[in-house]
Design a protein around this ligand. Structure first.
Ligand code: C2E
Ligand code: MG
Ligand code: MG
Ligand code: MG
Length: 285
C-alpha cells in the first residue's frame, strides 16, 4: 500500500504497523484516565491444591473496559502501561483492590498479584506494599507477588534487594511463566522464590510435542528438590490434570478448574471452602 506524504509525494508503507501504532497511542491516552473513569476491574481465577482438592486462593487479573475502545486485553494494554509509566499508578490500584478483596475470604486463602518490573523497581516499592497491607489489614502471608524472570535480568542486584525486602515483610514471591525466559535455571538459583508457575505453553504442548512430558516432569521434580511448590498454569483438560496429579504437581490453575470470575463470585467460592470439581461448572465464562 502507499501513503501520501506532506510534500505531496507518495511512498510505500506498512499499513499494519501504522494501524498498530495508532492503537497503541489510543491505549496510552485511554489508560491515563482509566482509574478515574472507573474502567478498571479485577477478576479472580481459582488456584487449587491438587492433593487436597482444596481452593487455595485466587490470582487477581486486571480487566479494562475502555469507554472508547471497549474491552482491551491485558496482553495489549499492560505493555503500553509499562512503556508510559502509568503501570506504577495502575499497579498500585491493583494491589490495593486485590488485598482488600482477599480480606473478605476465609484465612488462609490468599491472593496472587502480578507486578510489573517497572513497578517493582521503584525505589519505595516495599514501603508502599507495607502501607497497603496496613491499610487493608491483610496478613502479609496471604499475599503473593508474581513476577517474571525477565524483570530480574536487567538489574539482578537491585531486584534481589527488593525481593528480600518483600519476603522480610512475610509476603511470598512466585516466579510466573517459568520456562519461557532466557535463564530460568540460574534465576531460580539466585532468587528466593516461594513458588514456580509452569508456563501454560508447556501444558498446551502436552500430548502434542514429545518433549513437553519430560520438561514438565523435570520442573516438578526440580521444585520438589528445592522444596518449592510447583503450580501448573493453563490446565484445560482432564488428561492434563491426571498427568499432573500422577507426577505429584502441587497446585493447578486453568479453565478446567475455573475461569477468572468477578469479585462476588470469587467471594462465594471462597466461602464454600473445599474444592469440588462441580464448582468449575458453576463458573461463568
Ligand atoms: P499471567 O499472569 O500468566 O496470567 C495467566 C493468564 O492466562 C491470564 O490471562 C488467564 O486468564 C489466562 N489463563 C488462565 N487459565 C487458562 C487456561 O486454562 N487456558 C488459557 N488459554 N488461558 C488461561 P489474562 O488475564 O489475559 O492476562 C494476561 C497477562 O497479563 C497475565 O499473564 C499477566 O502477565 C498480565 N496481567 C494481568 N493482570 C495484570 C496486572 O494486574 N498487573 C500486571 N503487571 N500484569 C497483569
Ligand atoms: Mg500471573
Ligand atoms: Mg503466568
Ligand atoms: Mg503470562
Amino acid at each position: 500500500r502507499s501513503k501520501k506524504l506532506q510534500d505531496g509525494s507518495w511512498c510505500w508503507y506498512d499499513a499494519d504497523a501504522d494501524e498498530d501504532g495508532r492503537r497503541r497511542g489510543q491505549i496510552a491516552i485511554g489508560l491515563r484516565s482509566a482509574i478515574a473513569d472507573n474502567a478498571l476491574r479485577l477478576v479472580f481465577q481459582p488456584q487449587i491444591s491438587m492433593k487436597k482438592r482444596q481452593l487455595l486462593g485466587f490470582e487477581a487479573l486486571l480487566r479494562w473496559s475502555s469507554p472508547q475502545l471497549g474491552e482491551v486485553s491485558p496482553a495489549d494494554f499492560i505493555p503500553v502501561a509499562e512503556q508510559t509509566g502509568i503501570i506504577v499508578e495502575i499497579g498500585d490500584w491493583v494491589l490495593m483492590q486485590a488485598c482488600r478483596e482477599a480480606t473478605l475470604w476465609p484465612t488462609p486463602m490468599g491472593v496472587a498479584v502480578n507486578v510489573s518490573p517497572v513497578q517493582l523497581m521503584r525505589p519505595n516499592f516495599a514501603e508502599r506494599l507495607t502501607e497497603i497491607l496496613t491499610e487493608t489489614g491483610l496478613e502479609p502471608t496471604r499475599l503473593e507477588i508474581e513476577i517474571t524472570e525477565t524483570m530480574l535480568i536487567d538489574n539482578p542486584g537491585q531486584a534481589l534487594l527488593v525481593l528480600r525486602k518483600i519476603k522480610a515483610l512475610g509476603v511470598r514471591v512466585a516466579m510466573d511463566d517459568f520456562g519461557t525466559g532466557y535463564s530460568s535455571l540460574s534465576t531460580l538459583f539466585s532468587f528466593p522464590f516461594d513458588k514456580i508457575k509452569v508456563d501454560r505453553s508447556f501444558l498446551n504442548a502436552l500430548g502434542r510435542q514429545a518433549q513437553a512430558t519430560s520438561v514438565i516432569e523435570t520442573v516438578i521434580e526440580l521444585g520438589h528438590k528445592l522444596s518449592i511448590p510447583v503450580l501448573a498454569e493453563g490446565v484445560e483438560t482432564d488428561f492434563q490434570a491426571a498427568f499432573l496429579k500422577d507426577r505429584r504437581c502441587d497446585e493447578a490453575q486453568g479453565f478446567l478448574y475455573g475461569r477468572p470470575v468477578d469479585s462476588s463470585t470469587a467471594h462465594a467460592l471462597a466461602q464454600s471452602g473445599t474444592w469440588e470439581d462441580e464448582n468449575a461448572g458453576k463458573l461463568s465464562a
